[in-house]
Design a protein around this ligand. Structure first.
Ligand SMILES: Nc1ncnc2c1ncn2[C@@H]1O[C@H](COP(=O)(O)OP(=O)(O)OP(=O)(O)O)[C@@H](O)[C@H]1O
Length: 400
């Protein structure tokens, strides 16, 4: 078979659901009769119906891995169910070639009262393997899943991680042509996830993989293509995985500041982000960042201490700016304090960031005010890095 052969082709795929069970049942009966009369399935929406998927198109070749991402309810699982033949679309076509292995939802496809070993035979048969072929691979599968001790125990007594280990071991060791992986890997422990990455790297050259996840570092690690779903529609489809991930993150950007603690001493009136004195929320790598604060004090106090933290899009704290001290020479004048915090050569890596502020009482660990999300900014750089910083460096030859 040719290396770049298309194994999955999805054309104009649409699926509608009804928001209300009673109406859904009524439409079901009506559809049954109109189908019997030979009428085509209705392509428009009736009252209370919505498109869970609308006009989805993509192709996947051997050796490619498509990351399917989107918000909760975007339509990812519905698409996987259609690809896996568990659900019929209302319009469009799916063409798949070769053996299809799927790891969808916890323990999907396992019979809970059968043992792990018996389930391996069952699943292998579903994938189209003979008993003899499965027998040849079963030891490898058990070893890969690291479940030898428990392989003759009914699957219903397995933990969720054990279920996934077994499912992944079967799907991977049977070397399917198309492998569909849902969010399930998330329940495996770190050791197992690392093993899965290695296996995916090994089988990918001969497989087309569809990988659904909310874990963007994992998507960026594994995928070569990306499809971003938004309310059932394809919002971005490309082999520029980084761009797709950026679009996904930007749909969650929360510009609303939230006050976590306030003792009423001061009021934050304004926060502006500046790059070389120009107000912006888009910074290029290595730009200078300034944050301008304006605040009003309702009580007479000493200049407080400011702690400014930068968080990444997954809400991990990635950096802290130096707090102010006596040398900062800040002064409250007529109950107002206006100042700039300057940071030269911002070397965070590409992505979206937010800023949290805590104002502490002078010479104390007690806060006056704590506000999350006082500002949000984007850092622009042509390259994607999942490390927090891209530090400027130079290489220099040493001649001996
Ligand atoms: N059988 C069903 N009947 C009616 N609505 C359904 C059905 N299955 C899914 N839906 C709806 O279709 C939409 C898409 O659901 P889907 O499970 O595909 O989302 P998802 O992208 O997988 O979300 P998540 O990230 O939460 O797993 C949701 O609004 C969901 O409520």
């Amino acid at each position: 078979m040719a290396d770049n052969e298309v194994l999955v082709k999805v054309e104009g795929l649409s699926k509608k659901f009804c928001k209300d069970l009673k109406t859904s049942l009524w439409y079901g009966v009506k559809d049954l009769f109109s189908n019997l009369r030979g009428n085509r399935k209705e392509r428009h929406l009736r009252e209370k119906e919505f498109w869970a998927l609308k006009d989805i198109n993509f192709e996947l070749r051997r050796g490619e891995c498509l990351g399917l991402i989107g918000h909760n309810g975007a339509g990812k699982s519905t698409l996987l169910k259609i690809l896996n033949g568990l659900m019929k679309p209302d319009a469009g076509k799916v063409t798949m070639k070769g053996r299809v292995g799927a790891l969808i939802e916890l323990g999907a496809g396992f019979n809970p009262i059968l043992t792990g070993r018996e389930n391996i035979y069952n699943n292998g048969a579903v994938l189209g393997f003979t008993r003899a072929e499965i027998k040849e691979k079963i030891e490898e599968i058990i070893d890969f899943a690291e479940l030898r001790e428990f392989i003759d125990m009914p699957v219903k007594n397995y933990s969720s991680g054990m279920n996934v280990r077994l499912g992944f071991a079967i799907a991977a060791q049977m070397k399917p042509d198309v492998l569909i992986i849902d969010e399930v890997l998330a329940v495996g422990d770190l050791g197992f996830i690392l093993k899965c990455f290695k296996t995916i790297d090994n089988i990918l050259p001969n497989t087309a993989i569809i990988f659904v996840s909310h874990n963007m570092p994992m998507v960026s690690r594994i995928c070569s293509e990306i499809l971003l779903l938004d309310h059932g529609r394809s919002k971005f489809y490309s082999n520029d995985v980084g761009e797709g991930i950026d679009k996904y993150y930007s749909s969650f950007i929360n510009n609303n500041e939230s006050i976590v603690f306030d003792d009423g001493t001061l009021e934050l009136n304004n926060v502006r982000l500046l790059s070389n004195s120009i107000e912006t929320t888009r910074f290029y790598w290595n730009d200078n960042l300034s944050i301008q604060f304006s605040m009003k004090f309702k009580e007479e106090v000493e200049v407080p201490l400011f702690r400014i933290l930068i968080y990444d899009k997954e809400q991990r704290p990635v950096a802290i700016l130096n707090p102010n001290n006596k040398d900062s020479k800040l002064e409250i004048i007529n109950g107002r304090l206006d100042f700039l915090v300057n940071h030269k050569n911002l070397q965070l890596s590409k992505g979206f960031y937010s800023i949290n502020l805590t104002v502490f009482k002078a010479n104390s660990n007690n806060p006056h005010l704590r506000i999350n999300n006082i500002a949000v900014f984007q850092l622009i750089h042509p390259e994607d890095h999942f490390q927090s910083f891209l530090l400027k460096s130079e290489y220099q030859q040493i001649n001996r």
